[in-house]
Design a protein around this ligand. Structure first.
Ligand SMILES: *Cc1c(COP(=O)(O)O)cnc(C)c1O
Length: 404
């Protein structure tokens, strides 16, 4: 065998291992724009119109006419792409406008755009902190935060998920270890449970221990809080978070792009030293123009955010009344607990036959014995959509013996 054949044989074995463990992720093909209803295309060529309950399209902006129009407009006025990183010849007036608008929306001094939130988190820690410093991270933080922390020389501490006593223990340990600066970093909302970080408590704890507080707002920007600014607004600490990272790829339009928003000096240093910013292409003008239109919409009216909250409250109550166990909360992420991994997969498969598109999550994405269907509610779901979803869940749940 050649080296190349050897290598591909090795990869085939790895892939088989993933399949055998039941962890193989297949992609479902969609042939329509993102929305409450999408058309899926099966391998045999048949297509199916389904109710979509698994997108991060919280505000329904992925295909919103004003957002699409703004993308068209920017395409016409500012072209398709810049063929440059920001600091060579990749900064347009649009990019500066969006950065200023995001700062205003989030209550910070300045904002820096990235190609993705994954890059914002990946390029955040290493330029700001060194060996003398400490990063204290929630055990369930997003993969991009974990990777970003790995790239940084600061000392690492990890507290039990959402456990404020353990956070204090880490802060005390970091102080005992002689840390110069301490940065506590958390997801604003955790994607598997819809748990909302206790930013008010965390702010007080950080102040007591002289620590900075950073939050990843990917599942919160645009709809958490009375005017949708995010988890900090929701928890009453708007304007009091040191560093906010987030995505343009979820509620804020759903295309792609990320950002870090913070004090002027933080953002200025990131522009000088953050590697995913320095060595990766600028965000496309159509996305930037559309994102400005998204902020116009959200600052002009809370209608979409209000609709999302009403839909979420309705669905949470109705699915619980149907007999399903859900993780309590208020976030549009609604984890419907099935516990058994195989059952969760069977339930998702049966729901698809009933034209309801949901995804099952099981170990190692969530702890063993906590398999679930994660439903995500959107502002563009109609009441009739949600009623149909609950009826389909009830039918499939009875058929599979999940419900009595
Ligand atoms: C989705 C997500 C990201 C990644 O966002 P992209 O812009 O798609 O790279 C980062 N952090 C959290 C918490 C997320 O949910």
């Amino acid at each position: 065998m050649t080296t190349s054949e050897d290598f591909t044989a090795h990869l085939r074995q790895e892939l088989q291992g993933i399949r055998d463990a039941g962890l193989y992720k297949a992609e479902r093909i969609i042939t329509t724009p993102q929305g409450a209803h999408v058309r899926t295309l099966a391998a045999d060529g048949t297509s199916r119109d389904v109710l979509n309950l698994c997108a991060n399209n919280y505000l329904g902006l992925s295909s919103h006419p004003q957002v699409v129009q703004a993308a068209h407009d920017a395409l016409r006025t500012h072209g398709y792409g810049l063929s440059s990183v920001r600091f060579i010849c990749g900064t347009q007036d649009l990019h500066k406008t969006l950065e200023a608008r995001l700062s205003r929306f989030l209550g910070t001094e300045d904002t820096i755009l990235y190609a993705a939130a994954f890059d914002a988190n990946g390029g955040l820690f290493e330029p700001l902190l060194g060996e003398q410093d400490a990063i204290i991270s929630d055990a369930l933080n997003h993969a991009s935060i974990i990777d970003g922390i790995r790239l940084c020389k600061a000392k690492r501490y990890r507290y039990e998920h959402n456990d404020m006593a353990d956070l204090e223990r880490c802060l005390e340990q970091a102080a005992a270890d002689g840390a110069r600066f301490k940065l506590v970093f958390t997801d604003g909302v955790f994607s598997m449970d819809g748990t909302v970080a206790q930013l008010d408590v965390m702010r007080a704890v950080c102040d007591r221990h002289g620590a900075l507080l950073g939050v990843d707002e990917c599942h919160a920007s645009g709809f958490m809080g009375a005017t949708g600014r995010g988890t900090h607004e929701h928890r009453g600490v708007f304007g009091k978070i040191d560093i906010i990272t987030g995505t343009l790829g979820k509620a804020l339009g759903g295309a792609s792009g990320g950002f870090t928003s913070a004090r002027r000096e933080v953002v200025e240093l990131l522009r000088q030293r953050s590697r995913p910013y320095l060595f990766s292409n600028t965000v496309a003008p159509s996305i930037v123009g559309a994102s400005i239109a998204v902020l116009d919409l959200l600052e002009g009216s809370t209608a979409l955010r209000d609709r999302l909250l009403q839909n979420t409250a309705y669905f949470r109550a109705a699915i619980a009344a149907a007999g399903f166990a859900i993780k309590p909360g208020e976030h549009p992420i609604v984890p419907i607990m099935v516990h058994d991994a195989q059952r969760a997969q069977q339930l998702a498969a049966r729901l698809l036959e009933l034209d309801v598109y949901v995804v099952g999550f099981f170990f190692p994405v969530v702890p063993k014995g906590q398999a679930r269907i994660r439903v995500q509610i959107s502002a563009v779901h109609e009441r009739s959509d949600l009623e149909r979803a609950v009826a389909a869940f009830a039918q499939a749940g009875r058929e599979l013996g999940i419900l009595a």
